[in-house]
Ligand binder design. Sequence first.
Ligand SMILES: Cc1cc2nc3c(=O)[nH]c(=O)nc-3n(C[C@H](O)[C@H](O)[C@H](O)COP(=O)(O)OP(=O)(O)OC[C@H]3O[C@@H](n4cnc5c(N)ncnc54)[C@H](O)[C@@H]3O)c2cc1C
Length: 525
Amino acid sequence: MKSPYFTAEHAAFRNTSRLFIEKEIVPYADEWERERRIPEPIWKRMGELGFLGINYPEEYGGIGADFFYSLVFLEELARCTMAGFAAAVSVHAYMASAYISSFATKELKEKYLIPAIKGEKIGALAVTEPDAGSDVASIRTRAVRNEDHYIINGAKTFITNGVHGDFVIVAVKTAPDAGFGGISLVLVDRETPGFTARSLHKIGWHSSDTAELHFDDVKVSVANRIGEENEGFYYIMECFQLERLVSAIIAVAGAEHGLETTLKYITEREAFGRPLAKFQTIRHSLVDMKTELEAARQLTYHTAWQYSQGEQTVMECSMAKLLTTELAKKMADTCLQYFGGYGYMDEYPISRMFRDARAGTIVGGTSEIMREIIARLMIDQVSYDSHRDEKEKKAEIKMPPKETKMEAKRDVPSPLPKTAADIIQTLPVRFRTEKAGDWGTIFHFDISGNEGGQYTVCIQNGACTVEPGLQGDAKCVVKTSDRTYRDIELGKANAEVAFMMRKIKISNITEMMQFTKMFQRLPKE
Ligand SMILES: Cc1cc2nc3c(=O)[nH]c(=O)nc-3n(C[C@H](O)[C@H](O)[C@H](O)COP(=O)(O)OP(=O)(O)OC[C@H]3O[C@@H](n4cnc5c(N)ncnc54)[C@H](O)[C@@H]3O)c2cc1C
Protein backbone atom coordinates (compact mmCIF):
# COMPACT_ATOMS: atom_id res chain seq x y z
CA MET A 1 0.00 0.00 0.00
CA LYS A 2 1.35 3.43 -0.94
CA SER A 3 1.90 5.79 1.91
CA PRO A 4 2.43 9.55 2.13
CA TYR A 5 4.90 9.08 4.95
CA PHE A 6 7.81 7.59 3.03
CA THR A 7 10.26 9.06 0.51
CA ALA A 8 12.53 7.27 -1.97
CA GLU A 9 15.33 7.62 0.61
CA HIS A 10 13.20 5.81 3.20
CA ALA A 11 12.64 3.05 0.65
CA ALA A 12 16.38 2.74 0.02
CA PHE A 13 16.98 2.60 3.77
CA ARG A 14 14.35 -0.14 4.00
CA ASN A 15 16.28 -2.21 1.45
CA THR A 16 19.50 -1.82 3.42
CA SER A 17 17.76 -2.72 6.68
CA ARG A 18 15.97 -5.72 5.18
CA LEU A 19 19.15 -7.06 3.63
CA PHE A 20 20.93 -6.77 6.95
CA ILE A 21 18.14 -8.52 8.89
CA GLU A 22 17.77 -11.31 6.32
CA LYS A 23 21.49 -11.98 5.92
CA GLU A 24 22.98 -11.22 9.32
CA ILE A 25 20.19 -11.91 11.80
CA VAL A 26 17.58 -14.41 10.58
CA PRO A 27 20.08 -17.25 9.85
CA TYR A 28 21.23 -17.11 13.50
CA ALA A 29 17.81 -16.85 15.12
CA ASP A 30 17.62 -20.45 16.34
CA GLU A 31 21.13 -20.34 17.76
CA TRP A 32 20.62 -17.08 19.67
CA GLU A 33 17.27 -18.23 20.97
CA ARG A 34 18.87 -21.45 22.20
CA GLU A 35 21.78 -19.63 23.83
CA ARG A 36 19.47 -17.05 25.37
CA ARG A 37 21.66 -14.18 24.28
CA ILE A 38 22.71 -11.92 21.47
CA PRO A 39 26.41 -12.11 20.57
CA GLU A 40 28.37 -8.94 21.24
CA PRO A 41 29.72 -8.46 17.68
CA ILE A 42 26.23 -8.03 16.27
CA TRP A 43 25.69 -4.94 18.41
CA LYS A 44 28.88 -3.41 17.01
CA ARG A 45 27.82 -4.36 13.49
CA MET A 46 24.50 -2.54 13.98
CA GLY A 47 26.48 0.39 15.35
CA GLU A 48 28.71 0.47 12.26
CA LEU A 49 25.65 0.48 10.01
CA GLY A 50 24.13 3.40 11.92
CA PHE A 51 21.07 1.45 13.13
CA LEU A 52 21.58 2.34 16.79
CA GLY A 53 21.66 6.10 16.37
CA ILE A 54 19.15 6.86 13.63
CA ASN A 55 17.52 9.85 15.34
CA TYR A 56 20.37 10.94 17.60
CA PRO A 57 22.51 14.03 16.97
CA GLU A 58 25.51 13.70 14.69
CA GLU A 59 27.78 15.22 17.34
CA TYR A 60 27.34 11.99 19.34
CA GLY A 61 27.74 9.73 16.34
CA GLY A 62 24.06 9.52 15.39
CA ILE A 63 22.59 10.06 11.94
CA GLY A 64 20.16 12.80 12.93
CA ALA A 65 17.56 11.37 10.53
CA ASP A 66 13.79 11.86 10.78
CA PHE A 67 11.64 9.47 12.82
CA PHE A 68 10.35 7.57 9.79
CA TYR A 69 13.84 6.14 9.24
CA SER A 70 13.49 4.62 12.69
CA LEU A 71 10.05 3.37 11.81
CA VAL A 72 11.45 1.69 8.70
CA PHE A 73 14.29 0.10 10.66
CA LEU A 74 11.94 -1.13 13.41
CA GLU A 75 9.56 -2.63 10.84
CA GLU A 76 12.42 -4.56 9.28
CA LEU A 77 13.79 -5.50 12.69
CA ALA A 78 10.41 -7.01 13.57
CA ARG A 79 10.75 -9.42 10.65
CA CYS A 80 13.73 -11.12 12.26
CA THR A 81 11.44 -13.88 13.66
CA MET A 82 12.59 -13.23 17.26
CA ALA A 83 10.66 -10.58 19.15
CA GLY A 84 13.28 -11.00 21.88
CA PHE A 85 15.99 -9.63 19.59
CA ALA A 86 13.73 -6.77 18.49
CA ALA A 87 13.00 -6.00 22.15
CA ALA A 88 16.66 -6.00 23.16
CA VAL A 89 17.58 -3.65 20.32
CA SER A 90 14.66 -1.32 20.90
CA VAL A 91 15.22 -1.14 24.68
CA HIS A 92 18.84 -0.21 24.02
CA ALA A 93 18.36 2.20 21.11
CA TYR A 94 14.94 3.73 21.85
CA MET A 95 14.71 3.60 25.63
CA ALA A 96 18.07 3.63 27.44
CA SER A 97 19.75 5.80 24.78
CA ALA A 98 16.68 8.05 24.49
CA TYR A 99 16.85 9.04 28.16
CA ILE A 100 20.53 9.89 27.84
CA SER A 101 20.04 11.83 24.62
CA SER A 102 17.05 13.79 25.93
CA PHE A 103 17.97 14.54 29.53
CA ALA A 104 21.61 13.73 30.40
CA THR A 105 24.54 16.10 30.69
CA LYS A 106 27.04 16.53 27.86
CA GLU A 107 29.59 14.56 29.91
CA LEU A 108 27.23 11.59 30.31
CA LYS A 109 26.34 11.74 26.62
CA GLU A 110 30.00 11.62 25.69
CA LYS A 111 30.64 8.75 28.08
CA TYR A 112 27.57 6.63 27.30
CA LEU A 113 25.60 7.84 24.28
CA ILE A 114 28.56 7.75 21.90
CA PRO A 115 29.49 4.11 22.75
CA ALA A 116 25.78 3.18 22.85
CA ILE A 117 25.34 4.42 19.28
CA LYS A 118 28.47 2.51 18.25
CA GLY A 119 27.12 -0.66 19.85
CA GLU A 120 30.05 -0.78 22.25
CA LYS A 121 28.01 -0.26 25.42
CA ILE A 122 24.55 -1.73 25.70
CA GLY A 123 21.92 -0.10 27.88
CA ALA A 124 18.92 -1.20 29.93
CA LEU A 125 16.12 0.69 31.61
CA ALA A 126 15.06 -0.44 35.08
CA VAL A 127 11.74 0.89 36.33
CA THR A 128 9.75 -2.22 37.32
CA GLU A 129 10.23 -3.68 40.81
CA PRO A 130 9.04 -6.90 42.39
CA ASP A 131 6.26 -4.92 44.15
CA ALA A 132 5.69 -2.11 41.65
CA GLY A 133 5.09 -2.44 37.92
CA SER A 134 2.10 -0.58 36.56
CA ASP A 135 2.16 1.73 39.56
CA VAL A 136 5.45 3.46 38.84
CA ALA A 137 4.99 6.00 41.65
CA SER A 138 5.20 3.29 44.28
CA ILE A 139 8.72 2.09 43.47
CA ARG A 140 10.88 1.61 46.53
CA THR A 141 14.48 1.43 45.33
CA ARG A 142 16.10 4.16 47.35
CA ALA A 143 18.99 6.48 46.49
CA VAL A 144 20.28 8.44 49.46
CA ARG A 145 22.45 11.39 48.61
CA ASN A 146 25.70 11.87 50.46
CA GLU A 147 27.54 14.91 49.13
CA ASP A 148 28.69 13.98 45.61
CA HIS A 149 27.27 10.47 45.40
CA TYR A 150 24.16 8.37 45.95
CA ILE A 151 23.93 5.09 47.84
CA ILE A 152 21.36 2.89 46.11
CA ASN A 153 19.52 0.00 47.75
CA GLY A 154 16.66 -2.01 46.31
CA ALA A 155 15.65 -4.40 43.55
CA LYS A 156 14.30 -4.28 40.01
CA THR A 157 12.78 -7.07 37.98
CA PHE A 158 11.96 -8.14 34.40
CA ILE A 159 14.75 -5.91 33.09
CA THR A 160 15.57 -6.39 29.40
CA ASN A 161 19.37 -6.35 28.75
CA GLY A 162 19.79 -6.52 32.52
CA VAL A 163 22.17 -9.49 32.48
CA HIS A 164 24.47 -8.68 29.57
CA GLY A 165 23.98 -4.92 29.26
CA ASP A 166 26.80 -2.55 30.23
CA PHE A 167 24.77 0.08 32.01
CA VAL A 168 21.31 0.47 33.48
CA ILE A 169 19.24 3.60 33.87
CA VAL A 170 17.57 3.02 37.21
CA ALA A 171 14.45 4.74 38.54
CA VAL A 172 15.07 5.46 42.21
CA LYS A 173 13.33 7.27 45.01
CA THR A 174 15.31 10.32 46.10
CA ALA A 175 12.44 11.86 48.09
CA PRO A 176 10.53 8.85 49.41
CA ASP A 177 7.56 10.79 50.80
CA ALA A 178 6.92 12.78 47.65
CA GLY A 179 5.19 10.06 45.58
CA PHE A 180 5.96 10.44 41.90
CA GLY A 181 7.50 13.83 42.66
CA GLY A 182 10.36 12.01 44.40
CA ILE A 183 11.68 9.81 41.60
CA SER A 184 15.07 10.33 39.94
CA LEU A 185 16.96 8.45 37.23
CA VAL A 186 20.51 7.33 37.85
CA LEU A 187 22.83 5.59 35.42
CA VAL A 188 24.56 2.60 37.02
CA ASP A 189 27.53 0.86 35.40
CA ARG A 190 27.48 -2.92 35.26
CA GLU A 191 30.81 -3.10 37.11
CA THR A 192 29.74 -1.03 40.10
CA PRO A 193 30.29 -2.95 43.37
CA GLY A 194 27.06 -4.11 45.02
CA PHE A 195 25.17 -4.34 41.70
CA THR A 196 24.17 -7.89 40.76
CA ALA A 197 21.90 -9.46 38.15
CA ARG A 198 20.08 -12.79 38.04
CA SER A 199 18.79 -14.15 34.76
CA LEU A 200 15.06 -14.95 34.58
CA HIS A 201 13.50 -17.72 32.46
CA LYS A 202 10.62 -16.74 30.21
CA ILE A 203 8.09 -18.47 27.97
CA GLY A 204 9.24 -16.40 24.98
CA TRP A 205 11.62 -13.62 23.97
CA HIS A 206 14.41 -16.13 24.50
CA SER A 207 17.20 -14.30 22.69
CA SER A 208 16.79 -11.26 24.93
CA ASP A 209 18.07 -11.54 28.46
CA THR A 210 15.71 -10.53 31.24
CA ALA A 211 17.03 -9.91 34.72
CA GLU A 212 16.26 -9.35 38.31
CA LEU A 213 18.64 -6.67 39.58
CA HIS A 214 19.83 -6.08 43.10
CA PHE A 215 21.39 -2.93 44.48
CA ASP A 216 23.19 -3.42 47.72
CA ASP A 217 24.79 -0.17 48.92
CA VAL A 218 25.68 0.71 45.34
CA LYS A 219 27.68 3.95 45.30
CA VAL A 220 27.10 6.10 42.23
CA SER A 221 28.34 9.61 41.52
CA VAL A 222 25.69 12.35 41.45
CA ALA A 223 27.14 13.16 38.02
CA ASN A 224 25.49 9.93 36.82
CA ARG A 225 22.02 11.30 37.47
CA ILE A 226 19.96 11.72 34.29
CA GLY A 227 18.34 15.15 34.42
CA GLU A 228 17.17 16.91 37.55
CA GLU A 229 16.69 15.31 40.93
CA ASN A 230 13.07 14.27 41.62
CA GLU A 231 12.06 14.85 37.98
CA GLY A 232 12.44 11.23 36.91
CA PHE A 233 8.72 10.54 36.77
CA TYR A 234 8.24 13.28 34.18
CA TYR A 235 11.07 11.87 32.07
CA ILE A 236 9.60 8.39 32.28
CA MET A 237 6.14 9.64 31.29
CA GLU A 238 7.63 11.54 28.36
CA CYS A 239 9.70 8.60 27.13
CA PHE A 240 6.79 6.17 27.57
CA GLN A 241 5.25 7.68 24.42
CA LEU A 242 8.23 6.63 22.32
CA GLU A 243 8.38 3.22 24.04
CA ARG A 244 4.70 2.59 23.25
CA LEU A 245 5.00 3.82 19.71
CA VAL A 246 8.01 1.55 19.14
CA SER A 247 6.01 -1.39 20.60
CA ALA A 248 3.18 -0.64 18.18
CA ILE A 249 5.47 -0.45 15.15
CA ILE A 250 7.11 -3.76 16.06
CA ALA A 251 3.74 -5.41 16.81
CA VAL A 252 2.29 -4.49 13.40
CA ALA A 253 5.36 -5.51 11.41
CA GLY A 254 5.83 -8.72 13.41
CA ALA A 255 2.17 -9.68 12.94
CA GLU A 256 2.43 -8.95 9.23
CA HIS A 257 5.42 -11.22 8.96
CA GLY A 258 3.48 -13.94 10.79
CA LEU A 259 0.60 -13.47 8.36
CA GLU A 260 2.91 -13.78 5.34
CA THR A 261 4.43 -16.94 6.81
CA THR A 262 0.93 -18.36 7.31
CA LEU A 263 -0.18 -17.41 3.80
CA LYS A 264 2.78 -19.27 2.36
CA TYR A 265 2.02 -22.32 4.49
CA ILE A 266 -1.68 -22.52 3.65
CA THR A 267 -0.85 -22.19 -0.02
CA GLU A 268 1.51 -25.18 0.12
CA ARG A 269 -0.23 -27.42 2.65
CA GLU A 270 -3.04 -29.58 1.31
CA ALA A 271 -6.04 -31.22 3.01
CA PHE A 272 -8.93 -33.03 1.36
CA GLY A 273 -7.12 -32.82 -1.95
CA ARG A 274 -6.66 -29.07 -2.14
CA PRO A 275 -4.53 -26.32 -0.58
CA LEU A 276 -5.75 -24.94 2.76
CA ALA A 277 -5.86 -21.56 1.01
CA LYS A 278 -8.91 -22.77 -0.93
CA PHE A 279 -11.06 -23.23 2.17
CA GLN A 280 -13.33 -20.27 2.51
CA THR A 281 -13.28 -20.16 6.28
CA ILE A 282 -9.47 -19.86 6.25
CA ARG A 283 -9.46 -17.37 3.38
CA HIS A 284 -11.92 -15.08 5.13
CA SER A 285 -10.06 -15.32 8.38
CA LEU A 286 -6.84 -14.21 6.68
CA VAL A 287 -8.68 -11.38 4.98
CA ASP A 288 -10.07 -10.19 8.31
CA MET A 289 -6.61 -10.27 9.85
CA LYS A 290 -5.10 -8.35 6.95
CA THR A 291 -7.87 -5.74 7.12
CA GLU A 292 -7.52 -5.21 10.85
CA LEU A 293 -3.76 -5.11 10.53
CA GLU A 294 -3.92 -2.44 7.86
CA ALA A 295 -6.18 -0.30 10.05
CA ALA A 296 -3.80 -0.75 13.00
CA ARG A 297 -0.85 0.15 10.79
CA GLN A 298 -2.48 3.39 9.66
CA LEU A 299 -3.14 4.42 13.27
CA THR A 300 0.49 3.64 14.05
CA TYR A 301 1.79 5.61 11.07
CA HIS A 302 -0.41 8.55 11.92
CA THR A 303 0.79 8.44 15.52
CA ALA A 304 4.40 8.26 14.33
CA TRP A 305 3.79 11.27 12.14
CA GLN A 306 2.26 13.24 15.02
CA TYR A 307 5.14 12.20 17.25
CA SER A 308 7.67 13.27 14.63
CA GLN A 309 5.98 16.70 14.50
CA GLY A 310 6.59 17.12 18.23
CA GLU A 311 2.88 16.86 19.00
CA GLN A 312 1.42 15.56 22.23
CA THR A 313 0.64 11.90 21.54
CA VAL A 314 -0.29 10.36 24.89
CA MET A 315 -3.69 9.24 23.62
CA GLU A 316 -2.51 8.06 20.20
CA CYS A 317 0.55 6.16 21.48
CA SER A 318 -1.60 4.43 24.12
CA MET A 319 -4.26 3.53 21.54
CA ALA A 320 -1.68 2.33 19.03
CA LYS A 321 0.05 0.15 21.61
CA LEU A 322 -3.24 -1.25 22.88
CA LEU A 323 -4.68 -2.01 19.45
CA THR A 324 -1.57 -3.40 17.81
CA THR A 325 -0.27 -5.62 20.61
CA GLU A 326 -3.73 -7.09 21.25
CA LEU A 327 -4.13 -7.68 17.52
CA ALA A 328 -0.69 -9.26 17.22
CA LYS A 329 -1.52 -11.62 20.10
CA LYS A 330 -4.83 -12.62 18.51
CA MET A 331 -3.28 -13.04 15.08
CA ALA A 332 -0.42 -15.18 16.35
CA ASP A 333 -2.98 -17.51 17.90
CA THR A 334 -5.08 -17.73 14.72
CA CYS A 335 -2.06 -18.15 12.45
CA LEU A 336 -0.68 -20.96 14.60
CA GLN A 337 -4.06 -22.69 14.30
CA TYR A 338 -3.68 -22.92 10.50
CA PHE A 339 -0.34 -24.68 10.89
CA GLY A 340 -2.19 -27.46 12.70
CA GLY A 341 0.09 -29.72 14.76
CA TYR A 342 3.20 -28.28 13.11
CA GLY A 343 2.32 -24.92 14.58
CA TYR A 344 2.81 -26.37 18.03
CA MET A 345 6.30 -27.65 17.24
CA ASP A 346 9.33 -25.66 18.26
CA GLU A 347 11.05 -25.90 14.89
CA TYR A 348 8.27 -23.91 13.21
CA PRO A 349 8.86 -20.14 13.52
CA ILE A 350 5.13 -19.59 14.03
CA SER A 351 5.36 -21.26 17.45
CA ARG A 352 8.02 -18.74 18.46
CA MET A 353 5.93 -15.88 17.11
CA PHE A 354 3.00 -17.14 19.17
CA ARG A 355 5.06 -17.29 22.39
CA ASP A 356 6.69 -13.94 21.70
CA ALA A 357 3.49 -12.08 20.85
CA ARG A 358 2.16 -12.81 24.33
CA ALA A 359 4.59 -10.33 25.91
CA GLY A 360 3.41 -7.35 23.86
CA THR A 361 0.29 -6.64 25.90
CA ILE A 362 2.28 -6.68 29.16
CA VAL A 363 5.59 -4.89 28.58
CA GLY A 364 5.88 -1.11 28.44
CA GLY A 365 2.49 -0.69 30.12
CA THR A 366 -0.20 -3.37 30.07
CA SER A 367 -3.35 -3.21 27.95
CA GLU A 368 -5.33 -2.44 31.09
CA ILE A 369 -3.10 0.53 31.84
CA MET A 370 -3.38 1.72 28.22
CA ARG A 371 -7.17 1.59 28.58
CA GLU A 372 -6.92 3.52 31.85
CA ILE A 373 -4.88 6.27 30.21
CA ILE A 374 -7.24 6.46 27.25
CA ALA A 375 -10.27 6.47 29.55
CA ARG A 376 -8.87 9.43 31.47
CA LEU A 377 -8.39 11.35 28.29
CA MET A 378 -11.61 10.20 26.68
CA ILE A 379 -14.17 9.77 29.46
CA ASP A 380 -12.83 12.47 31.76
CA GLN A 381 -12.69 14.49 28.56
CA VAL A 382 -9.26 15.94 28.89
CA SER A 383 -8.69 17.17 25.36
CA TYR A 384 -6.00 18.75 23.26
CA ASP A 385 -7.15 21.30 20.75
CA SER A 386 -5.23 20.44 17.60
CA HIS A 387 -6.05 23.74 15.89
CA ARG A 388 -4.15 25.88 18.31
CA ASP A 389 -0.50 26.68 17.97
CA GLU A 390 1.92 24.43 19.83
CA LYS A 391 2.35 26.58 22.93
CA GLU A 392 -1.30 27.21 23.47
CA LYS A 393 -2.22 23.62 22.81
CA LYS A 394 0.16 22.31 25.42
CA ALA A 395 -0.91 24.88 27.98
CA GLU A 396 -4.61 24.39 27.64
CA ILE A 397 -6.08 21.09 28.60
CA LYS A 398 -9.80 21.52 28.80
CA MET A 399 -11.90 19.74 31.37
CA PRO A 400 -15.67 19.65 31.36
CA PRO A 401 -17.25 21.12 34.45
CA LYS A 402 -17.60 18.44 37.10
CA GLU A 403 -19.66 20.69 39.33
CA THR A 404 -22.15 23.25 38.10
CA LYS A 405 -21.83 26.90 38.95
CA MET A 406 -24.90 26.50 41.15
CA GLU A 407 -22.97 24.04 43.28
CA ALA A 408 -19.94 26.27 43.62
CA LYS A 409 -19.75 28.35 46.79
CA ARG A 410 -20.58 32.03 46.38
CA ASP A 411 -18.29 33.73 48.84
CA VAL A 412 -15.39 33.83 46.42
CA PRO A 413 -14.39 37.10 44.79
CA SER A 414 -16.75 38.42 42.21
CA PRO A 415 -16.09 39.14 39.39
CA LEU A 416 -13.61 36.32 39.12
CA PRO A 417 -9.94 37.34 39.25
CA LYS A 418 -8.25 36.90 35.90
CA THR A 419 -4.52 36.80 36.55
CA ALA A 420 -2.42 34.31 38.47
CA ALA A 421 -1.27 37.10 40.80
CA ASP A 422 -4.86 38.04 41.63
CA ILE A 423 -6.01 34.46 41.99
CA ILE A 424 -3.35 33.52 44.50
CA GLN A 425 -4.44 36.45 46.66
CA THR A 426 -7.89 34.83 46.96
CA LEU A 427 -6.50 31.82 48.85
CA PRO A 428 -7.13 33.32 52.33
CA VAL A 429 -10.77 34.04 51.34
CA ARG A 430 -11.26 30.52 50.03
CA PHE A 431 -9.54 28.88 52.99
CA ARG A 432 -11.71 26.33 54.83
CA THR A 433 -10.74 26.82 58.44
CA GLU A 434 -12.90 23.85 59.48
CA LYS A 435 -10.82 21.50 57.29
CA ALA A 436 -7.44 22.69 58.53
CA GLY A 437 -7.70 21.79 62.22
CA ASP A 438 -4.22 22.26 63.63
CA TRP A 439 -2.52 21.43 60.31
CA GLY A 440 0.24 23.85 59.36
CA THR A 441 2.46 24.24 56.32
CA ILE A 442 4.46 26.65 54.23
CA PHE A 443 4.23 26.63 50.43
CA HIS A 444 6.39 28.53 47.97
CA PHE A 445 4.72 29.39 44.68
CA ASP A 446 7.17 30.37 41.95
CA ILE A 447 4.96 31.46 39.06
CA SER A 448 6.70 32.56 35.88
CA GLY A 449 5.30 34.99 33.30
CA ASN A 450 4.18 38.62 33.36
CA GLU A 451 1.20 37.84 35.54
CA GLY A 452 3.03 35.57 37.96
CA GLY A 453 5.41 36.24 40.82
CA GLN A 454 6.83 34.59 43.93
CA TYR A 455 4.59 34.01 46.94
CA THR A 456 4.72 32.33 50.31
CA VAL A 457 1.45 30.74 51.39
CA CYS A 458 1.39 29.90 55.06
CA ILE A 459 -1.26 27.87 56.88
CA GLN A 460 -1.05 28.21 60.62
CA ASN A 461 -3.49 28.24 63.55
CA GLY A 462 -6.49 27.73 61.29
CA ALA A 463 -5.68 30.70 59.03
CA CYS A 464 -4.08 31.20 55.64
CA THR A 465 -1.85 34.08 54.64
CA VAL A 466 -0.23 34.99 51.33
CA GLU A 467 2.97 37.06 51.36
CA PRO A 468 5.09 38.24 48.43
CA GLY A 469 8.52 36.61 48.05
CA LEU A 470 9.79 33.21 49.17
CA GLN A 471 10.10 33.15 52.92
CA GLY A 472 10.72 30.46 55.53
CA ASP A 473 11.35 26.74 55.01
CA ALA A 474 8.82 25.54 52.46
CA LYS A 475 7.39 22.05 52.83
CA CYS A 476 6.41 22.19 49.19
CA VAL A 477 7.60 24.26 46.25
CA VAL A 478 5.24 24.76 43.31
CA LYS A 479 6.71 25.97 40.03
CA THR A 480 4.55 26.76 37.06
CA SER A 481 3.63 29.45 34.55
CA ASP A 482 1.04 32.17 35.18
CA ARG A 483 -1.15 30.65 32.50
CA THR A 484 -1.08 27.11 33.83
CA TYR A 485 -1.76 28.27 37.39
CA ARG A 486 -4.68 30.41 36.25
CA ASP A 487 -6.12 27.65 34.04
CA ILE A 488 -5.97 25.09 36.84
CA GLU A 489 -7.59 27.43 39.33
CA LEU A 490 -10.32 28.44 36.88
CA GLY A 491 -11.04 24.83 35.95
CA LYS A 492 -9.75 25.16 32.38
CA ALA A 493 -6.89 22.71 32.91
CA ASN A 494 -6.61 19.51 34.87
CA ALA A 495 -3.93 19.69 37.56
CA GLU A 496 -3.01 16.01 37.29
CA VAL A 497 -2.54 16.19 33.54
CA ALA A 498 -0.63 19.46 33.80
CA PHE A 499 1.66 17.73 36.30
CA MET A 500 2.18 14.74 34.00
CA MET A 501 2.95 17.11 31.13
CA ARG A 502 5.48 18.94 33.31
CA LYS A 503 3.51 22.16 33.08
CA ILE A 504 3.56 22.32 36.86
CA LYS A 505 6.27 21.04 39.16
CA ILE A 506 5.44 20.09 42.70
CA SER A 507 8.21 19.11 45.09
CA ASN A 508 5.98 17.25 47.56
CA ILE A 509 2.86 15.61 46.18
CA THR A 510 1.50 14.38 49.51
CA GLU A 511 1.69 17.88 50.97
CA MET A 512 0.06 19.32 47.85
CA MET A 513 -2.84 16.87 48.03
CA GLN A 514 -3.47 17.89 51.63
CA PHE A 515 -3.12 21.57 50.71
CA THR A 516 -5.72 21.49 47.93
CA LYS A 517 -8.33 20.04 50.30
CA MET A 518 -8.12 23.24 52.36
CA PHE A 519 -9.53 25.54 49.73
CA GLN A 520 -12.85 26.15 48.09
CA ARG A 521 -12.56 25.96 44.33
CA LEU A 522 -13.23 28.99 42.22
CA PRO A 523 -16.30 28.67 40.04
CA LYS A 524 -15.30 27.67 36.53
CA GLU A 525 -15.08 30.43 33.98
C1 LIG B 1 9.63 -9.87 28.90
C2 LIG B 1 9.49 -8.64 29.73
C3 LIG B 1 10.42 -7.62 29.60
C4 LIG B 1 10.33 -6.47 30.39
N1 LIG B 1 11.29 -5.48 30.29
C5 LIG B 1 11.27 -4.45 31.17
C6 LIG B 1 12.34 -3.49 31.18
O1 LIG B 1 13.28 -3.55 30.38
N2 LIG B 1 12.31 -2.50 32.11
C7 LIG B 1 11.29 -2.38 33.02
O2 LIG B 1 11.32 -1.47 33.84
N3 LIG B 1 10.26 -3.28 33.02
C8 LIG B 1 10.23 -4.30 32.13
N4 LIG B 1 9.20 -5.21 32.13
C9 LIG B 1 8.15 -5.06 33.10
C10 LIG B 1 6.81 -4.62 32.53
O3 LIG B 1 6.87 -3.28 32.10
C11 LIG B 1 5.77 -4.85 33.64
O4 LIG B 1 5.63 -6.26 33.77
C12 LIG B 1 4.43 -4.21 33.35
O5 LIG B 1 4.54 -2.81 33.39
C13 LIG B 1 3.36 -4.68 34.34
O6 LIG B 1 3.79 -4.55 35.66
P1 LIG B 1 3.66 -5.81 36.66
O7 LIG B 1 4.27 -6.99 35.98
O8 LIG B 1 4.21 -5.42 37.97
O9 LIG B 1 2.12 -6.07 36.77
P2 LIG B 1 1.12 -5.38 37.81
O10 LIG B 1 1.29 -3.92 37.79
O11 LIG B 1 1.23 -6.08 39.10
O12 LIG B 1 -0.28 -5.74 37.14
C14 LIG B 1 -0.86 -7.04 37.22
C15 LIG B 1 -2.17 -7.03 36.45
O13 LIG B 1 -3.06 -6.06 37.02
C16 LIG B 1 -3.45 -5.13 36.04
N5 LIG B 1 -3.56 -3.80 36.63
C17 LIG B 1 -2.65 -3.12 37.37
N6 LIG B 1 -3.12 -1.91 37.68
C18 LIG B 1 -4.35 -1.81 37.11
C19 LIG B 1 -5.34 -0.79 37.05
N7 LIG B 1 -5.16 0.40 37.61
N8 LIG B 1 -6.50 -1.05 36.39
C20 LIG B 1 -6.70 -2.25 35.78
N9 LIG B 1 -5.79 -3.25 35.79
C21 LIG B 1 -4.63 -3.02 36.44
C22 LIG B 1 -2.34 -5.17 35.00
O14 LIG B 1 -2.78 -4.71 33.76
C23 LIG B 1 -1.99 -6.63 35.00
O15 LIG B 1 -2.90 -7.33 34.20
C24 LIG B 1 9.26 -6.35 31.32
C25 LIG B 1 8.31 -7.37 31.42
C26 LIG B 1 8.42 -8.50 30.65
C27 LIG B 1 7.38 -9.58 30.79
